[in-house]
Design a protein. Structure first.
Ligand code: T4K
Length: 400
């Protein structure tokens, strides 16, 4: 183990030879990819809802036990298309958390809507239904957009009751939540529709991509029509075309990733268990393990760092780890209410989200997924334990 004089922050050899990023980055073997993809060169049919994209939709419907899966270019576009398919009015206001990836809120902006930022629960990191209820009384809202953050389902029942009481749609950003369940039922079946991400950093990897799922056949048809003129089952009048096609290359990668999904969840589960075992005894570290075990895909290893107890700030720990080639990320900093253009457009939210603001100073995501072995998890944990045990000296030496 290092001592405080030879930390990589001081220019010494890092703990790992190559970087360990937070993305899942799982890929199939080249041979398996070739076996799915090879006839594409003969067929020369590369996109426009080809046979692999259709096959992926069918398999997703089966796996998620949902009537319709509509694959699209990425989740951001999937969210914008959902707003259009739901018929949300121009400049309509949508309740949304600010503690999320920028794309959630920017998708609303692309669809011509306005965010009404809502604070979250300290425990789940998801929309707090009580705060949603208060906002519904203060604003003329046309929809609620929940985010199943870290794959932990929102309080769907309470949110649905609130949405129903106002006669407005509830829909979900499920970018983190493939293979997660709520009360035993797969995420993908809730609200008006749910949107998954198949970005390379996600556990289901189509290199880039997304999917909208819904049990509402009419909504699904509007979504297919909005996506492209290809893949429609019948023609439906839509306000605009979305050009959200999903290529055959994405579909080939996605099909294999879906085949491997349960195995990836198991691998992630083992890594998360080891992280939690080794980190939960370190003062100042709280591991987020919100949902009961069978509801998780385990792709996000997320900590809250209590600066006083740990002895160093979250940002200092991140810098130390980064120097050791452990690329931990501060998702999500700052909260979207403090980001352009929203901070100037909607200054009323600047001090309205205390839980979000507090979490933005504490949360750190650690690497897991394909590039991270169990041995690497152990070494990362030992490094964090060492930093905490020597926090006073490290602070004096490197952060005075
Ligand atoms: N809603 C939520 C709640 C989301 O988290 C996201 C995306 C969306 C909506 C929108 O979904 P998409 O429209 O993207 O389908 C990453 C991902 O790009 C983004 O998909 C993800 N959430 C977000 C949480 O993380 P960045 O810019 O912070 O990280 P990035 O892409 O630099 O990758 C992280 C690490 O992985 C880096 O150290 C580099 C490494 N990496 C990344 C890629 C893509 C690789 O080694 N190889 C790769 O191919 O956004």
């Amino acid at each position: 183990m290092k001592d405080i004089a030879n930390l990589a922050l001081a220019g010494h050899e890092p703990l790992f030879d190559s970087i360990l990023p937070v993305g899942q980055l799982y890929s199939p073997s080249k041979e398996r990819f070739h076996s799915v993809f090879h006839d594409l060169f003969d067929r020369r049919y590369y996109t426009n809802h080809g046979k692999l994209a259709q096959e992926l939709e069918r398999r997703l419907e089966e796996r998620l036990d949902v009537r319709n899966a509509v694959v699209v270019t990425n989740a951001t576009l999937g969210l914008s298309l959902s707003c259009k398919a739901l018929g949300l009015p121009p400049q309509g206001k949508v309740i949304v958390p600010a503690f999320t990836f920028a794309a959630t809120v920017q998708a609303l902006t692309w669809a011509g809507l306005e965010p009404v930022f809502c604070d979250i629960s300290n425990k789940s990191h998801n929309l707090d239904p009580q705060k949603v209820a208060a906002l519904l009384e203060q604003h003329d809202v046309c929809a609620i957009l929940g985010v199943h953050l870290w794959g932990n389902p929102c309080d769907i029942e309470q949110l649905q009751t609130l949405a129903d009481s106002k006669g407005i749609p509830l829909f979900f950003d499920a970018a983190h939540a493939i293979a997660c369940r709520y009360h035993g039922k797969p995420i993908g079946n809730f609200g008006a529709c749910e949107v998954f991400s198949f970005h390379a950093t996600k556990i289901m990897n189509a290199t880039e991509g997304g999917c909208i799922t819904t049990n509402d056949d009419e909504l699904a048809e509007r979504l297919r029509n909005l996506r492209s003129s290809y893949g429609r089952r019948k023609n439906v009048k839509t306000p605009i075309d979305g050009y959200g096609r999903f290529s055959e290359a994405q579909a080939a990668f996605g099909l294999l990733s879906l085949e491997d999904l349960s195995r990836r969840c198991d691998e992630n589960c083992q890594k998360m268990a080891l992280y939690h075992k080794k980190l939960s005894c370190i003062p100042g570290i709280h591991c987020i393990s919100p949902a009961p075990e069978e509801n998780m895909n385990y792709q996000y290893v997320v900590l809250e760092i209590d600066e006083k107890e740990f002895g160093l700030s979250r940002d200092a720990l991140q810098k130390l780890l980064e120097a050791e080639n452990v690329i931990a990320r501060r998702y999500f900093v700052p909260g979207m209410h403090h980001c352009p253009p929203y901070e100037t457009l909607f200054p009323e939210f600047a001090t309205a989200l205390p839980v979000t603001d507090a979490l933005c100073t504490k949360v750190l995501q650690l690497p897991s997924g394909a590039p991270v072995s169990m041995d690497a998890v152990s070494r990362i944990c030992e490094c964090i334990a060492f930093v905490q045990a020597n926090s006073a000296d490290i602070k004096r030496t490197y952060f005075a």
